[in-house]
Design a protein around this ligand. Sequence first.
Ligand SMILES: [Zn+2]
Length: 293
Amino acid sequence: MADSFASVESPRMGVDDQLLRPEILWDRPAVVMFTAPNAGPMTLEGTHTFIVGTTDCYVIDPGPVNHPYGRALADWLGSNGRAVQALLLTHGHPDHAPGATFLSHLLAVPIRAPANLNRSYLPDPTETVPFSEDETFAVDGDRLRVIDTPGHSSDHVAFLMEGAGILFSGDTILGTGTSLVAPPDGDMVEYLKTLEALRRLKARLIAPGHGPIVVDPARKIEEYLLHRRRREEQIVEALSRGPRTPADLVAALYADINPSLRTLAAGSVQGQLEKLVVERRVVCLDGRYVLRE
Ligand SMILES: [Zn+2]
């Protein structure tokens, strides 16, 4: 889910059309990317599903509930000699996780997921097996490591292909625009810690849940940190001129925003405000935020 206010192309709806164009990102370990047909303002051109491994392989984020897409994925895996070991989920959001239920049924493979997975969007019944701490999965002579990345959501994890240096970032880092960090489940303090931790990984490539592949991860993470700092400065600057409600701040900071994205912007502003409250720089009085002396 994106906090991207960038323009988005019109949805591409044909499942077959999508699956006829698997994108090969890496040869060994083999990484193939598909895009679910769920394009929209929150999902950019759609959610990416990654197939990692040449024969024994893992499927990262099967996407939303969409049986034709699930069936097409299963067909591709079968006709390309892939033996799926498990489906791996970055987090429980509806554009990433619930498609796992149908695909795991089709392939008879387990769903591996964060221990604190948000299950509210999963079809019933869905069984998941939680990741253990620092769990790794052997694939094509490399190792895929589970990394806790809370912030966008409290249950979020990413996967790092350690040898190749490929980071599957889910919604923590996107190819275009920035990630939505909206309370109550999103947490800006945690999110910034996560970005700092991901910066230290020095990944070579980021394969995000939405948008194009990121070929310069260090620069992208720096841009993200800078974006949040600027946003915070703008909020502090606005509050220096007097108490403001979140709606006032959205109006001031996102003057020309598409009305359909106003709720998204409000969530984003709320995330920044709560960080400032935690840091005791701002206090909330009767729904208005006030800068502390
Ligand atoms: Zn998400």
